[in-house]
Design a protein around this ligand. Structure first.
Ligand SMILES: [Zn+2]
Length: 470
């Protein structure tokens, strides 16, 4: 075992937005928004890994619309999601907090409480008309992400098997909502597409060798429909438009097809393209590490919204304008997908390095411990017992190293574990993870959530839940 060298830990408790301004934050009622304030359009393409977009280097023309959009947007080359799970990751986007601070740590079994300040709530308080168009039941309003949205639409049901919505239908809903908007309304439009998530069923006109690529191309087309409409409504040019994703997908790398328990870059490196009003700094590419938690402070700063919020992310505005380089920051991620704690994992990216740490295991423990625990946990759980063979297969595919250190610069595929070869780096990153424990429960805005049997079955059908709530 590596002896831990003394490392000074600085607990980053978040930044206070707007403190440096001369102008104090004022409630909306006394401060009606300026008529020229831009609309905000946030598009999240579920399960989209960055490297399957042309503008991130993919050569199969999956994303002509997004590639064109990149010419008037700022592209972030090393953008990291904070969880490979849909609900925790979207909660990080909306609250600017890491999952161990917003407290929504898995799908289905947690929800965001009213104590959280979300992007939609802040923008609603600034006079924006807020609308969300959701494509999967995993973001059902019962999990709390609807707060701040006047409209939060999707196929939310506890019955029936239709639990995700194809991109065209979600786009139709967003366009119908736009039909009802007055030209003087300032909009916050959130569109969530789900198609790159399994099952793959893009319309047959998208002919690609891999069905995942076909789904990406399908969503790309639908984003084109949305943008065309925003242009026709004369909203696009002045709008702040963001395209990102909640997590990627392992497509066979590391022996895995999926994302829920996967902490490699195939699931955590996601796209971020941010178009400032007027397309300012369009075409700029920023190579420093950015995180989903940076989106909330960045969007609010870009809009000139002065509101004090405690977030883990930082404003990317100075980096986009060239006023300041991105400093070195850690990108944290975690998956608490299963109630089987031995399968929990956390990761930290710092500069070129990335540590993946199995949550509850010491370095001396091996995969067998996880499998043992899995077996014990399922003794009285027939629904889990039935999934054990699949879970064991999945767990084994991650290899037997509960501590993994990779040099992303020389080994982007994360194939050479340098944990024992680079003990100082490993110790520093591990200390940073351990140091997080002191803030883990502080200011949590998530709480455990009890699900109905029908919801458990539906989320289970999507591959999300291993075990229901006890
Ligand atoms: Zn997702």
């Amino acid at each position: 075992m590596v002896s831990m060298r003394a490392v000074t830990l600085i607990a980053v408790l978040g930044i206070l937005l707007g403190c440096s301004s001369d102008e104090p934050a004022r409630p909306v009622a006394q401060s009606p928004p300026k008529s020229r304030s831009p609309d905000v359009v946030l598009i999240s393409i579920d399960t989209l890994r960055a490297d399957r977009l042309g503008v991130y280097g993919y050569g199969k023309n999956t994303s002509p619309v997004i590639d064109g959009f990149a010419q008037e947007a700022v592209l972030f080359e090393r953008h990291q999601a904070q969880s490979p799970l849909t609900l925790p990751s979207h909660t990080s986007i909306f609250t600017g907090r890491d999952p161990d601070r917003h407290g929504v740590r898995s799908n289905g079994t947690y929800r965001l409480t009213g104590a959280a300040d979300t992007m939609a709530e802040v923008l609603a308080s600034q006079g924006f008309t807020t609308g969300a168009f959701i494509s999967a039941n995993v973001l059902n309003p019962m999990f709390g992400l609807d707060q701040g949205f006047a409209t939060y639409a999707g196929d939310f049901t506890e019955r029936g098997s239709n639990v995700s919505t194809p991109a065209a239908a979600t786009t139709d809903r967003a366009l119908a909502w736009l039909d009802g908007r007055r030209s003087d309304e300032r909009l916050f439009l959130f569109v969530h597409y789900y198609d790159p998530h399994k099952p793959y069923r893009a319309p047959p006109r998208f002919a690609f060798a891999h069905p995942y690529d076909a789904e990406v191309a399908y969503v790309d087309e639908q984003i084109g429909r949305l943008f065309e409409r925003l242009r026709r409504d004369d909203r696009f040019n002045d709008a702040l438009v963001v395209i990102t994703s909640d997590h990627g997908q392992s497509l066979g790398e590391h022996g895995v097809n999926g994302h829920t328990l996967v902490m490699y870059q195939q699931t955590l490196h996601v796209p971020l393209l941010l178009r400032l009003p007027g397309g300012a700094h369009g075409g700029l590419r920023i190579s420093g590490i950015t995180r989903s938690t940076d989106l909330l402070p960045t969007i609010l700063h870009a809009l000139g919204v002065k509101q004090a919020l405690h977030v883990d992310g930082v404003d990317l505005g100075p980096a986009m304008s060239g006023a300041a380089a991105l400093g070195e920051r850690d990108a944290y991620a975690e998956t608490l997908f299963s109630e089987v704690r031995a399968l929990h994992q956390r990761s930290l990216v710092r500069g070129r390095w990335k540590l993946i740490s199995w949550y509850e295991l010491g370095p001396e423990q091996r995969l067998e411990a996880a499998l043992e625990q899995l077996g014990a946990a399922s003794a009285d759980r027939p629904e889990l017992q039935a999934r054990i063979p699949e879970l064991i297969k999945r767990a084994r595919s991650f290899g037997a190293d509960p501590r993994q250190l990779y040099d992303l610069a020389s080994d982007p595929g994360e194939k050479r574990n340098l944990y024992t070869d680079e003990p100082v780096v490993a110790a520093e990153l591990e200390a940073a993870l351990i140091g997080r424990k002191s803030v883990a429960r502080e200011a949590s805005t998530g709480e455990r959530h009890t699900l109905s049997k029908e919801m458990i079955n539906q989320l289970g059908a999507l591959g999300y839940l291993i075990t229901p709530n006890r």
